[in-house]
Design a protein around this ligand. Structure first.
Ligand SMILES: Cc1cc2nc3c(=O)[nH]c(=O)nc-3n(C[C@H](O)[C@H](O)[C@H](O)COP(=O)(O)OP(=O)(O)OC[C@H]3O[C@@H](n4cnc5c(N)ncnc54)[C@H](O)[C@@H]3O)c2cc1C
Length: 480
């Protein structure tokens, strides 16, 4: 950063064209945005979605498995639209695995990035959502304390999009921030979880990898994994390896490799011999600052060669493997979080809290790639916790909802609620709430929450009763 004083120019005021007018506008087409748009459009409202990239999916397209469908007791706790999306990926494109139990991650669901892009777009187009790519949200249009639309930038210039309700699914709370919602970043010292540039490798003998872990004699295990018993790998051909710490330490000592991570993280892909590597790690990156993000891209890319050298030189199954490609962008774990009507905390997660205004159930542990060092904090609560609607409703600004990783939560709670099945569940709730708001001509903060719960249950969303059993829509019989 330069120390030179900031200079300013005066931007002349000007009229800009209104390029669209919707009942509901969704900003961002990642996991939360896809389901938000689908839910908002289900009864025929005019719904638009803008996305700065050329495809839908957000982090569903960077080689990550979807986490969060299964709870810590092994039962499925996300259903509704996220499940419909996975069903269609599986049915039509062989683009998703089953929900596979995992001792560390509770459940993993592998998805094929290209299938995600195709199926998400097909579903939105079929639902009548007006999708616009290559369109960057740049500012909020306010009428007093209420948002009335957004300003967007594109090759076509600057224009306004008006909407009855805006749902911010940008991941970075871009809309909320510009509209004047209070936002926060990071832990008590402002430290945020580091981003990762994911990359894939091909030609990996994943059976050799998993049996090397599973079959090593217990008294002399070379390939030690974190929390996941070695036997697990003998029983599952789709898996995530987390650990191999000693092996990596050996590689660093012998070869002088620079890998800013203590854990090896290998995720099997859906294609034969393909794996995704979640190991680059760029500290002190702020995803809301393009210069910082650019440095992150540079550093993340520079880390790949040493990671590949480690994997091919030391990890069984990688003997004949080669680097295939990087993900389309640096993956952001954490940036802005809104301050909403309720701020979810670590205590809520660890106490498995129920909320009267629950819109989704989650169970993923607190999983923080620590901002200050090269390791990770993992804390399980033993069961499930609710996501309250009030955490999607920002303070200060009306007609706005937020879904996805930037909802109102502390740094610690974000570490748990950020996984993609949970983000999709939040998106679905926000879309349905926006629909109820528009239909009833009431602000999102004032909608009838019983009506939201009823509609959620009728559409197959998983919610809990106070005794922890699955809630059913009024008049429906619980499944045996
Ligand atoms: C390296 C890494 C590993 C992870 N591992 C897992 C995992 O294994 N499993 C799991 O389930 N989760 C994992 N997560 C967490 C998860 O991927 C994210 O928390 C989740 O994707 C957030 O979803 P979202 O919809 O809120 O945002 P995103 O997925 O970030 O989507 C936001 C979308 O909004 C668009 N957008 C942003 N700003 C604008 C703008 N101004 N104008 C227009 N469009 C905009 C973006 O292009 C993007 O498409 C991981 C995250 C990272 C980074």
């Amino acid at each position: 950063m330069s120390d030179a004083p900031l200079r300013f120019v005066q931007e002349p005021a000007r009229a800009i064209p209104v390029s669209a007018d919707y009942d509901v506008l969704v900003v961002g087409g990642g996991p939360a945005g896809i389901t938000a748009a689908l839910a908002a459009a289900e009864d025929g409202l005019r719904v638009g979605l803008i996305e700065s990239r050329s495809f839908l999916g957000g982090n569903l397209t960077i080689g990550l498995p979807v986490l969060g469908f299964l709870g810590q007791k092994g039962n499925q706790i996300i259903d509704g639209l996220p499940q419909k999306f996975i069903d269609r990926l599986r049915r039509e494109r062989d683009g998703a695995s089953e929900h596979r139990p995992c001792p560390l991650h509770m459940g993993i669901t592998l998805v094929e990035p290209e299938a995600v892009k195709a199926v998400a777009l097909e579903m939105l187009v079929e639902a009548g959502v007006d999708v616009q790519f290559y369109t960057f949200f740049s500012d909020a249009l306010m009428d007093g304390d209420a948002i009335r639309g957004v300003v967007v930038e594109s090759k076509g210039g600057r224009s306004a999009i008006l909407a009855g309700v805006v749902i911010d699914c940008s991941g970075d709370a871009d809309v909320a921030f510009r509209a004047g919602v209070p936002t926060e970043k990071g832990d008590a010292d402002g430290g945020m979880q580091p981003p990762t540039l994911m990359f894939s490798m091909a030609g990996v003998d994943t059976d050799r990898l998993r049996f090397s872990i599973a079959n090593a004699p217990p008294q002399a295990r070379t390939y030690l994994t974190d929390f996941i018993p070695a036997e697990y790998f003998g029983q599952n051909h789709q898996f995530i390896v987390v650990g191999l710490r000693e092996l990596m330490a050996k590689a660093k000592a012998e070869r002088g490799l620079e890998i800013p991570n203590q854990r090896t993280i290998i995720i099997t892909g859906l294609k034969q011999g393909e794996v995704w590597i979640n190991m680059t790690r760029v500290r002190r990156t702020d995803a809301t600052d393009p210069r910082s993000l650019t440095r992150g891209e540079i550093e993340g890319r520079a880390q790949i060669d040493d990671i590949v050298a480690y994997l091919t030189g030391y990890v069984p199954g990688f003997e004949n493997a080669h680097f295939a490609k990087t993900a389309p962008f640096l993956g952001i774990r954490e940036s802005r979080r809104i301050v909403g009507r309720y701020v979810m905390t670590q205590e809520d997660v660890l106490a498995c809290r129920h909320f009267d205004d629950a819109i989704a159930v989650a169970s993923y542990p607190i999983d923080i790639h620590r901002p200050g060092d090269d390791d990770c904090t993992l804390i399980w609560c033993g069961d499930c916790y609710d996501i309250p609607y009030r955490s999607l409703v920002p303070l200060k600004v009306g007609n706005l909802l937020v879904a996805g990783r930037s909802i109102s939560a502390t740094h610690e709670a974000l570490g748990a609620i950020r996984v993609m099945a949970t983000c999709m569940a939040m998106g679905e709730a926000a879309g349905r709430a926006a629909k109820i708001s528009v239909r009833g001509n009431r602000a999102p903060a004032d909608i009838d929450l019983e009506e939201l719960r009823r509609q959620q249950l009728e559409r197959g969303v998983y919610l809990r009763n106070p005794d922890g059993t699955r809630a059913v829509a009024p008049g429906r019989v619980p499944a045996a």
